[in-house]
Write a protein that binds this ligand. Sequence first.
Ligand code: DC
Length: 225
Amino acid sequence: MKDSSYLKVIAIDGPAGSGKSTVARIVADRMNMIYLDTGAMYRAVTYYLIRIGFFESKSSDICSILNSLKLEFNDSKILLNGKDISEEIRSPRIDAEVSDIAKRKEVRAFLTEMQRKIAKRGNVVIEGRDIGTVVIPEAPLKVFLTASVKERARRRYLQLRSKGIETDIKKIEKEIRKRDEIDSTRKLAPLVKPRNAVEIDTTNLSVEEVVNMIIEMGKERFEKT
Ligand code: DC
């Protein structure tokens, strides 16, 4: 049965560097919808765990740690216990650790529930790895974005360089392959194309082209529902 509370939701999934965040943000803006970056939520949890020394302490009580954490969104900023950490969560250290944190059952359950609550309010473009498969399989429009590993590494390299972070493109490519491997082979909510999702290979497409394709499909689907 169709869950009517998810009528106006666009779910966008795909691997790192497939263009999800850029595209989802613009689509949300042009369609006057809320943008929800679920990767930022996994990054925020990772940031918090690093900061409180979770890895060194080998503490296993991750649930109480999660419950002491308050995540909020304000425009395109993510706040952790009131502090804006939007920049900090994009560091290479977080890139390296986040996939392992995202494998954990408690972390996924905690964030999935939070994401559903936000999406229930409707009018949301929500992007991640498991949105169309696990979080909101009922979304009226599900999109799966892909791109070649080389192109994804090139995009990430340019993004880091624009922030003054110098790194090596080959190293990024290796990390992307490793992250793909962890994200797509994990037991819980692996990165796979959702059923009934529209797949778009963005390797040779401009951001504008991808955005327009999604907006067209969105309008068509929302008219029908
Ligand atoms: O999209 P991103 O690179 O910011 O995502 C960071 C990590 O979080 C990525 O390794 C996979 C994980 N993730 C996830 O498991 N499920 C989501 N819905 C979003 C991200």
